[in-house]
Design a protein around this ligand. Structure first.
Ligand code: LLP
Length: 383
């Protein structure tokens, strides 16, 4: 199934805007669900990838849980209909207010990243006469081979509890009355395209599970996080290979009969369903290049500026002979560039441009730098 651009309808709208192809989204969600259900795996969607109400509702309706990293995300998940029993709450710096919100909503689990956090959750749960379910986020020291800004599973990262500290943490946990060990949690990074990293993770999890079992600890849930990458170079016909991804875990993870395997996928569920739509404001001749200056900037989609990320750029208005352009935004920063030497059909002022695979970490990371307004989302089924 290819992404469809209703160029006529889009050309009547003010740009920049986000456009979501709901058929692509639903198709992707159905594929994930089918593949995960084959093994009885449970997927919590990582809300941080796209917290848009329409998208969250589509995800909720298909029976996914929600993986949240702030109180606002927990609230948004609740507001969009996710059952509390399907909401997990992660993050290194949960405030008391956020923890209380999770407790008041009786969420399924807090993914805990340090001893001080564990103690605060215990104290706050005690004040409410509740027992909070917690999963320990363990740093498996597995290299995700991805951009260093989105690598999270190495000892040097701020995330998780290091394996050598685990015994300590378990001793503290045992002494606390208002927390219950529900699971162990791992996440090694994002945009991972080499499944070998997930194989390495499985082996680490098995090793750790053996150690825990030998210490008479068997949490119900093993949560292996998210991170499955998408193909930014081929935005059409490219639902990520969920079958191979889940098979790695099905083949390698050694679970006890009473244990469940959970995932927290974000990007792979939503990335291909979104595009940033923009208009060309000017074509400007440089010394050796020509610039296509578009009305979307790094505030609308920050990934190229922040991670040197590649997004395919298309001209939706032209079929003329191809030329090369540096596609840049209007913001006063040299990093406000969506692509250098991009081959495009001849591009003119007023043409509509699509920056593809922007459904994940696109709209949700938009900001108001230069006091620009936030891009508005539109959906294929309501346009
Ligand atoms: N679970 C945890 C604990 C995470 O930190 C993340 C992402 C996920 C799940 C979801 O990972 P995914 O399946 O989406 O890879 N803004 C960056 C990506 C940051 C990812 C942060 N954590 C980007 O635009 O590439």
């Amino acid at each position: 199934m290819n992404f469809k651009f209703p160029v006529e309808a889009l050309s009547r709208l003010e740009t920049p805007l986000y456009y979501y192809d709901m058929d692509i989204l639903n198709n992707t969600l159905d594929t994930v669900k089918n593949e995960a259900d084959k093994y009885g795996f449970k997927v919590h969607y990582a809300v941080k990838a796209n917290a848009n109400e329409r998208i969250l509702k589509a995800i909720q309706q298909r029976g996914f849980g929600a993986d949240c990293v702030s109180g606002f995300e927990v609230q948004q998940a609740v507001d969009c209909g996710f059952d509390a029993s399907g909401i997990v709450f992660a993050g290194v710096g949960k405030t008391d207010k956020e923890i209380n919100l999770g407790l008041d909503n009786n969420i399924a689990c807090f993914n805990v990243e340090s001893i001080p956090e564990l103690e605060v959750i215990d104290e706050l749960a005690g004040k409410k006469g509740k027992v909070a379910k917690v999963a320990l986020r363990i740093n498996p020291n597995v290299n995700a081979n991805t951009h260093h800004y989105i690598t999270t599973g190495l000892e040097e990262n701020k995330f998780g509890i290091n394996i050598w500290d685990l015994e300590n943490v378990l001793a503290v946990l045992k002494s606390l009355k208002n927390v219950h060990l529900e699971g162990i949690h791992f996440h090694i990074g994002s945009q991972i395209t080499d499944l070998t990293s997930f194989r390495d993770l499985c082996l680490k999890v098995n090793e750790l599970q053996k150690w825990m079992i030998s210490h008479n600890i068997l949490p119900k849930v093993v949560n292996v996080g998210g991170g499955l990458g998408v193909d930014y170079h081929n935005p059409d016909n490219s639902i990520p290979d969920f079958a191979s991804y889940f098979k790695v875990f099905a083949d390698l993870i050694e679970l006890q009969p009473e244990q469940e395997l959970h995932f927290e996928l974000g990007r792979s569920l939503v990335a291909q369903s979104g595009a940033l739509i923009s208009r060309v404001i000017y074509i400007k001749k440089g010394v050796n290049v020509q610039f296509a200056i578009i009305d979307a900037g790094m505030n609308d989609l920050i990934r190229p500026a922040l991670y040197q990320a590649y997004h395919k750029i298309e001209n939706l208005s032209s079929t003329m002979a191809e030329e090369k352009y540096d596609v840049v935004g209007p913001i006063c920063e040299s990093s406000d560039c969506f692509g250098k030497a991009v081959t495009l059909p001849q591009t003119l002022r007023g043409h509509l441009m699509a920056v593809r695979t922007a459904g994940a970490y696109g709209e949700v990371m938009a900001n108001r730098y230069n006091l620009r307004t936030l891009p508005i989302p539109y959906y294929s089924d309501t346009l």
